[in-house]
Design a protein around this ligand. Structure first.
Ligand code: HEM
Length: 438
């Protein structure tokens, strides 16, 4: 019989007191109270070292200004106008699978970087000449997140002057420099375009150009060119690794859950059609993919992309009747809340029915996008990307397991690399559906 409340626990890490909160009630307090809203030095400090003024890692009044300006630019209404970018990316992704099993986590990085570049920062018209830049951006992103993770657990690499002299630091700085030049040129181009558009509009010959996130920053006084650059890297890293992880885990779970996969496919077939009649995903299809949404949420519950969040507590305070000393790090154990048996009976059982319409849960027992003022501003973007990719793949393939000993959720060997991922890669097999008939 489980009814125990999960107590706060504490330990020391490199001379820093760390307090871990796993109970959804305590997490609700953390998400609400202002003294818990600053991001920790741990992890986020190393993100600051390559992008000091990005939304994810900034604190205080500057964070508020950036959040206020950027939230509408990445919200539902803004992102929906670019839906065709998601749909095209999903169709192209689904066309490109090799015959044998492959690491789907790795394969998703580039398509998702491309979507972000087109939707948010670098305008729609990315030409074939930009393809190498995209590959470079995807690559440097991977390396940078790896470096953030490595540095977090190696105090010798904490001082910037030491890190910058390591082969890893030098390589990443050089690659980041090249991407910065590219982004800088794009910012200049877009600024010029805005001036030309204004002149044309004054002459009554205006063209309605779709607004992207970059335009919002260019129109606001709050963003210097350096700020825009920092937000570019921040959003690129916050958007790609999280979505890649969630989607690849969804494919992995489908490979070992054939009945659930069949039910998703039945829903997709009904919405998109079958065989020669099947079509691309359209915006109005998304709300009709209800069971798919349950599957996505249940996967995010079992293996959240960001299993832990970290906050810095500057002043002594209390939480759950316990003193939290000044200057401690507070870890929000998202994975723990998602597996709390009080809220999720038999927590490792993979059961999308937990999210069936009408089912209720504690608001902080399921927080894949965090909660409160620092929650992910791009929940809609992420769900749109995941549903579109997932539907296109299910339309075209049967997802089959590989022989790696994973038969159920609790066999997944997860590691925490800023985001969660499967040790050794997320290997699955995609069998084209056309071969089913033959
Ligand atoms: C499945 C995909 C995603 C998941 C699971 C996810 C999850 C999260 C979580 C848990 C946070 C809070 C982090 C913290 O407190 O430290 C967060 C913040 C953030 N996310 Fe996402 N995210 C996803 C996709 C995206 C996308 C697509 C974008 C941008 C296009 C994005 C941009 C951000 C930004 C900028 C923040 C910082 C917000 C702030 O501190 O004000 N995320 N995300």
């Amino acid at each position: 019989m489980v009814n125990a409340r999960r107590e706060l626990c504490r330990f020391s890490l490199f001379n820093q007191l760390v307090v871990v909160a796993s109970d959804p009630e305590d997490i609700a307090q953390i998400m609400k109270r202002k003294e818990f809203s600053d991001k920790a030095q741990f992890f986020y400090g190393f993100i600051r070292s390559f992008a000091p003024r990005g939304l994810l890692q900034m604190n205080g009044p500057d964070w508020k200004v950036h959040r206020h300006a950027l939230e509408p630019a990445i919200a539902k209404e803004a992102v929906e106008t670019h839906f065709h970018v998601f749909s095209e990316a999903a169709d192209n992704f689904s066309k490109s699978f090799p015959r044998q099993a492959f690491d789907v986590h790795k394969a998703l990085g580039l398509p998702l970087v491309r979507v972000f570049m087109r939707v948010a920062m670098l305008a729609e018209e990315l030409g074939p000449a930009d393809e190498q830049r995209l590959r470079d951006a995807a690559h440097v992103l991977d390396e940078t997140l790896e470096a953030v993770n490595t540095r977090s657990f190696q105090p010798l690499l904490w001082p910037e002057f030491v890190y910058n002299r390591t082969p890893m630091g030098r390589r990443i700085n050089r690659a980041l420099g090249e991407i910065r030049e590219f982004v800088d040129a794009t910012i200049v181009q877009r600024r010029l375009q805005a001036v030309r558009d204004a002149e044309e509009a004054a002459l009554g010959r205006g063209v309605a150009r779709k607004q992207i996130m970059l335009d919002k920053m260019l129109q606001s006084d709050a963003f210097s060119n350096q700020d825009i650059m920092d937000e570019f890297f921040t959003f690129l890293s916050a958007s790609t690794d999280t979505t890649t992880t969630s989607l690849s885990l969804i494919f992995k779970m489908m490979s070992i859950s054939p009945e659930i996969q069949d039910r998703v496919r039945a829903e997709v077939d009904q919405v998109l059609g079958v065989g020669a009649d099947a079509r691309s995903v359209e915006l109005q299809d998304l709300p009709r993919l209800q069971y798919m949404e349950q599957v996505i949420k249940e996967t995010q519950r079992i293996a959240p992309s960001t299993p832990f969040l970290a906050r810095q507590v500057y002043q002594q305070t209390e939480l759950a009747g316990k003193t939290i000393p000044a200057n401690s790090t507070l870890i929000v154990n998202v994975h723990g809340a998602h597996h709390d048996p009080v809220h999720w009976p038999d927590p490792w059982r993979y059961d999308p029915e937990r999210f069936a319409p009408g089912k209720q849960h504690h608001p902080c027992a399921f927080i894949p996008f965090s909660a409160g003022p620092r929650r992910c501003p791009a929940g809609f973007y992420a769900m749109m990307a995941m549903k579109t990719m997932f539907a296109s793949v299910i339309r075209d393939y049967v997802i089959e397991p590989v022989d790696d000993g994973v038969r159920e959720a609790k066999d997944l060997k997860l590691t925490f690399n800023l985001t969660a991922r499967i040790i050794g890669g997320t290997f699955v097999n995609f069998r084209p559906r056309t071969t089913l008939a033959g």
